[in-house]
Ligand binder design. Structure first.
Ligand code: SF4
Length: 153
């Protein structure tokens, strides 16, 4: 069975988000894939050694800066590499990653001003996954994941 890498906050379980909250996905298709054992949860920020909860952070160019002003680029990149390692280990079909996150966003991210402005862009883990040839979708694009899975059968 082909596996799918997913953001751990979408998968559910112990909270891993910066605000200590959960964003578990409830779409029946996602729940079915979870039940089948198809989903491989990853949290790049926790993999990078960051605590939960933690200061929110945003991408500014090639860097990731926390609201406190701390440069957390190293932690974000460390976690991104671990996500890629798991994607390769499980030879995933694709990834479903949480939109708007500075790690996991695949279409939209915040603009680095901490004023709530979204821009076109991708998170650090998604950028690295795509560089390594992994197809990435957001939780808003499950129709496309379904089509990809249908081609696999
Ligand atoms: S890094 Fe990704 S998986 Fe972890 S909490 Fe943020 S969006 Fe969710």
């Amino acid at each position: 069975m082909k596996k799918i890498l997913v953001s751990q906050c979408l998968y559910g379980g112990d909270p891993v988000r910066y605000d200590g909250k959960s964003k578990a996905e409830t779409d029946p298709r996602f729940l079915k894939w979870k039940e089948e054992g198809r989903l491989i949860p990853v949290c790049p920020e926790v993999f990078g050694g960051l605590p939960t909860p933690r200061a929110d952070a945003q991408r500014i160019g090639d860097k990731v800066i926390a609201r406190t002003g701390k440069d957390v680029t190293f932690e974000y990149m460390k976690g991104a590499h671990e996500a890629v390692r798991l994607a390769k280990e499980y030879n995933v079909l694709c990834a479903i990653m949480k939109e708007k996150s500075p790690s996991c966003g695949s279409n939209k991210i915040y603009d680095g001003t901490f004023e709530g402005n979204l821009i076109d862009g991708q998170g650090t883990a998604v950028e690295l996954l795509r560089k390594e040839g992994v197809q990435v979708f957001s939780e808003e694009q499950l129709d496309q994941v379904e089509l990809l899975l249908a081609e696999e059968v």
